[in-house]
Design a protein around this ligand. Structure first.
Ligand code: C5P
Length: 237
């Protein structure tokens, strides 16, 4: 059994919106609805655990899940102060039969179903996968005073996206160890890597952008418009 955990408890302050990021409208539909609908279209995923802020814990059922007929979200749990705490809240409410866990940021509504399926297939072969793309820009390391220390080789770098897919027991152990050791990571794979477990990077989709700042919303609307005109994207009311 595969369950998806969708952390959506962040404030999204860099977006500069009064509404919390997951509930901001993207081409007329809340961002979180687009993300969840896309995951619901992936037949390998049995159910979804949605992690929300305290404020939305009560409202999300009526305003989002019922209103947009999201049928495969089987649990709504309250997130924490960090992404790690929020994902761990999701991990703590997995079904006992679940063997594989897929973690996908609510803030990536443009993920495509076939990309998700490809990642799941790859995880079944390797145990732990994340999608990545080669950076377009040159990346330099700098010191505390902004002097360049080193220019990194782009071919050896990957910008890491979600969804990331893991064997349940590996991810659970990785989170528990990270908390015990006081380590904080910005993605799930980094916690698994620290245990000495190999994580495979699979070619990601450059359109699977994370909505962080206002220009990301603009770009996402353009991508959506093009997909709708090509009719390769689900149509929402
Ligand atoms: O902050 P960042 O962009 O890394 O957030 C990635 C995802 O993690 C977002 O979907 C956000 O809602 C979620 N998150 C969360 N709980 C937090 C912080 C972030 O669920 N405390």
């Amino acid at each position: 059994m595969i369950q998806a955990i969708v952390p959506a408890a962040g404030k999204g302050e860099r977006l500069g919106s009064k509404v919390e990021k997951p509930y901001v409208l993207l081409a007329g539909i809340p961002l979180i609805v687009r993300t969840l609908k896309m995951l619901e279209s992936v037949r390998e995923i049995d159910s979804i655990i949605l992690v929300v802020s305290r404020k939305w814990r009560e409202k999300v059922q009526k305003k989002i899940l019922e209103r947009y007929q999201l049928k495969r979200v089987t649990a709504v749990v309250r997130g924490g102060a960090t992404r790690m705490e929020s994902v761990y809240a999701g991990l703590s409410s997995l079904d006992s039969k679940t063997r594989w866990v897929l973690v996908h940021d609510a803030a990536r509504p443009l993920v495509r179903g076939d990309e998700v399926s490809r990642l799941i297939q790859s995880a079944r072969r390797t145990g732990a996968v994340c999608p990545g793309v080669i950076p377009k820009d040159t990346i330099k390391k700098v010191d505390g005073k902004n002097w360049v220390r080193e220019t990194l080789n782009r071919q050896e770098l990957r910008v890491i996206l979600t969804p990331q897919v893991f064997r349940r027991h590996i991810l659970m152990k990785a989170y528990q160890r990270a908390f015990t050791q006081g380590y904080s990571g910005t993605d799930d794979a980094s916690l698994v890597e620290r245990m000495g477990i190999k994580v495979k990077v699979v070619e990601g989709d450059r359109e699977n952008i994370k909505i962080t700042t206002p220009e990301d919303l603009l770009l996402a609307e353009i991508i959506l418009k093009r997909r709708l005109s090509q009719a390769d994207f689900f149509v929402l009311p």
